[in-house]
Structure formats: structure tokens, C-alpha cells
Ligand binder design. Structure first.
Ligand code: SF4
Ligand code: SF4
Length: 408
């Protein structure tokens, strides 16, 4: 049987490897091109090359909701497809078995350790600038904190690659368990078609179960650990071909007699009819959510401006004043580059407003506090509305804050 296993043409695996490798490359590159990265030293988040600050948390939250929704909808429809086609752990579950064969057990552990340490460095780069750390290493410095983190993460990855392997996916992974919980009878699953009156029946050869790296027997309904890799389909194709019958094992959508064989070209339209009503809502919601997130990302505020009564000065002056008041103008540069900001006060009578300074230079994420003194030159009792405006010369960022000055 072992030699027959070696003869299986793993056609689907080729497409899956392409998908897994593309995702892995993206995950490795992401922190270095700021596709997605938390920068803990500056408490900011990079998303698609754009730097976001705490003030922009709603954009990140909405995008997170979109991704979670998309993943859950995909799992509900297609099972653990994310595990088999996207997650790097599953890629390593399979390639490390190949390393065992090729390099022997000791060699495989050593390769896992090297890959694990590199993985630790990439993970660390998600939280701080990895290129800075790399330059430190190259100049002979070994910073203790990052090095300890990389060593711990590298050890974890080595254990996962060389020993734990699929146990991570079957036992420890919360996302794997979540998918097992949310799938139902309508979720895509594997089914053997024993067509009555034809020779298309299962040969009970067991090759499909033998090839499965997740320990699933696809002929049984116990498929919660199936990661939709498709290896068993290729195994069954080999057996069925030898018997001169169409492949009897297939992915199917829907329960019972509504099951449709995905591979049958003649039934493509039927597949689409089955899928369409179930796909419309998830696709529509994902499109709307990602559209709103994209709009918020493109139109995010680039400067934050707040004007408040400077209570320290009020208290020092012995309480509310009618003839003058001090306000604190707080501004934060929310762009990802330095800027020269101009401050203006509009709406107060001539000579009433005196800004401590009218221009401020701020780096990305930096904050400044400018004192605004309102000194009425004549006693005009009433509520005086005015606006403080800020304009960034480099980014064109603009913000305004409306407030009042009361003269009793
Ligand atoms: S049952 Fe088939 S598709 Fe599912 S994980 Fe095993 S080999 Fe892959
Ligand atoms: S489903 Fe296919 S591979 Fe599995 S036992 Fe039946 S004939 Fe063999």
C-alpha cells in the first residue's frame, strides 16, 4: 500500500502549496513593508502602509470585524478551508514530514530550529522595527529583551514543527475548534457516492484515509479535523482510475440528496444554484464592511485638536473670570510624517485672543499644548462663540474646534 501511496498524483496539493506559500511570503514581508504591524514603541499601527494612532481605532476595529466575519462565513460554507489553504502551521505539518525523510530526525529538528528562530524574528518585527534590530545584530550588539523574545518564540515554533505538528490543529488551536463548532450539515464535506445500479462504488481500499495527514477517514461523517486539503480525492482518483470508474469520493455541498459533486463539470450550474443564496449575504456584507473601512481609512483625521479651559490658571486666578481666561489648545499630529502647523483663532473681537505661539512643529504622533489667553479689551457681557483652527502645511491636515468665552 505504501508504494501505491507514493503513486498518488497530488494535483490539488500543487494549488494548495501555491496558496500557502503566497500567504507565508505575505506574512514574512508584512512587517517589513508596513502592510500590517503594531509599533509598540510609538503605540501606533501600520495598515496597508498607513500609520494609525489610537484616535483611528475605529478603522482597525471595523477591518477586524470584516476579517472575522469573512473567515467565519467561509468556514460555515466550506469548513476548515482556512487551515488547509492559508494557515502556515498546516504547511509546516506537511513539509516537516518531508524534512524527516530527507534530512533524518536530527537534521529535521535542526532545520525546524533555524526556521523557528527566523519565525521568532519575524513575529518580533510585528511589534517593533525589525530592520533596526537586524542592524544591531550586524554591528555586534545583542539586545537582551528582543533576543529573549526571539529565543522563546523560536523554541515554541520548533516544538510545533518538530513534535506537536497536527496536535496543534486538532487540540490546541482555538480557531480550529471554533470552525468545528460553527460548521453544520450544510457545510461542504466529503462524501462517497455509491451510485445504485452502477459500478461506481467504494472499493474500501482505505487509501483516502491513509493519505490524510489530519487522521480523518473521509468515508465517515467524523470530519471535524478535515482541512479541505484534497489529498484524499487524489488518492481516490488513483484507485478509481485503475478500476475504470469515475472517482467515488467527492466534496459535496448541502445535506442528503441535495449533495452535489463539485468536480462534475456538467453540474457546475447546479453547484452555483446551491451556493448562490448562501454566498450572497456574506459577500454583500464583506463588501459593505470593507468599503466602509476603506472610506474611513482614506478619510481619517490627520490632526487632532481639542480646546479646553485651563483650570490650573482659572484656579490660580481665584475662580471663573469675566475679564479674561486661559484655555489649553491640545493638538496631536496623526499623520505618518512631521508637519508644520499654523494655529488661528476666529470669531472673537479684534485683540481679544492671544495664542502663546501660532506655529508648532510636530513629528508623527507628537502632541503639543499651546496656551490661549482670552482678554476682552472691553466688557461685553454675554457668550462669545469662537473657533480655533489648525492647518498642517505638509499634509494639508485641517481641524477646527468651536468653543465659547463667557463674560459675566
Ligand atoms: S479528509 Fe481528505 S481533504 Fe480532509 S484533511 Fe484528510 S485528506 Fe485532506
Ligand atoms: S473512497 Fe476511494 S480511496 Fe477511499 S476507500 Fe473508497 S475507493 Fe478507496
Amino acid at each position: 500500500m505504501k508504494s501505491r501511496l507514493g503513486k498518488v498524483k497530488t494535483v490539488i496539493r500543487r494549488y494548495r502549496r501555491a496558496s500557502q506559500m503566497a500567504v507565508l511570503s505575505l506574512l514574512i514581508l508584512s512587517p517589513f513593508v508596513n502592510l500590517f504591524r503594531f509599533d509598540l514603541p510609538s503605540m501606533s499601527l501600520y495598515l496597508f502602509g498607513v500609520r494609525l494612532w489610537t484616535k483611528h481605532v475605529v478603522v482597525f476595529f471595523l477591518l477586524l470585524v470584516t476579517v472575522i466575519y469573512f473567515i467565519i462565513a467561509a468556514s460555515l460554507l466550506f469548513g476548515r478551508v482556512f487551515c488547509g489553504w492559508v494557515c502556515p502551521q498546516n504547511l509546516f505539518n506537511e513539509v516537516t514530514r518531508e524534512w524527516d525523510r530527507r534530512f533524518g530526525r536530527a537534521g529535521s529538528i535542526l532545520v525546524s530550529l533555524l526556521v523557528g528562530l527566523f519565525g521568532g524574528f519575524v513575529v518580533w518585527s510585528y511589534f517593533s522595527d525589525g530592520t533596526v534590530l537586524l542592524r544591531q545584530y550586524l554591528s555586534g550588539q545583542v539586545p537582551v529583551g528582543p533576543t529573549a523574545f526571539i529565543a522563546a518564540a523560536g523554541l515554541f515554533f520548533t516544538l510545533a514543527m518538530a513534535w506537536w505538528r497536527t496536535a496543534i490543529c486538532r487540540v490546541a488551536c482555538p480557531y480550529g475548534h471554533l470552525q468545528s463548532i460553527i460548521t453544520n450539515a450544510e457545510t461542504m464535506h466529503l462524501q462517497v457516492f455509491n451510485m445504485p445500479g452502477t459500478r461506481d462504488i467504494c472499493a474500501t481500499c482505505g487509501l483516502c484515509a491513509e493519505i490524510c495527514h489530519m487522521g480523518v477517514d473521509p468515508r465517515t461523517p467524523e470530519q471535524k479535523n478535515c482541512v479541505v486539503c484534497g489529498d484524499c480525492l487524489d488518492a481516490c482518483a488513483l484507485v478509481s482510475q485503475a478500476r475504470g470508474v469515475p472517482r467515488v469520493l467527492n466534496f459535496t455541498i448541502g445535506a442528503g440528496e441535495r449533495a452535489v459533486a463539485l468536480r462534475e463539470r456538467g453540474r457546475l450550474l447546479q453547484n452555483v444554484r446551491h451556493l448562490a443564496p448562501r454566498l450572497v449575504l456574506p459577500l454583500l456584507l464583506t463588501t459593505v464592511l470593507s468599503g466602509v473601512s476603506g472610506y474611513l481609512l482614506a478619510n481619517r483625521p490627520l490632526v487632532d485638536l481639542v480646546v479646553a479651559k485651563d483650570h490650573r490658571h482659572v484656579l490660580a486666578a481665584g475662580g471663573p473670570v469675566s475679564s479674561g481666561g486661559v484655555m489649553a489648545v491640545s493638538l496631536i499630529n496623526l499623520a505618518d510624517r512631521a508637519d508644520h502647523f499654523r494655529l488661528l483663532v476666529e470669531g472673537l473681537p479684534e485683540g481679544w485672543a492671544a495664542l502663546e505661539r501660532t506655529t508648532v512643529d510636530l513629528g508623527p504622533g507628537e502632541r503639543a499644548l499651546v496656551r490661549l489667553r482670552v482678554n476682552p479689551t472691553e466688557r461685553q457681557v454675554g457668550i462669545h462663540r469662537f473657533t480655533v483652527r489648525v492647518v498642517g502645511e505638509q499634509s494639508g491636515a485641517e481641524a477646527s474646534f468651536e468653543t465659547v468665552h463667557v463674560v459675566y
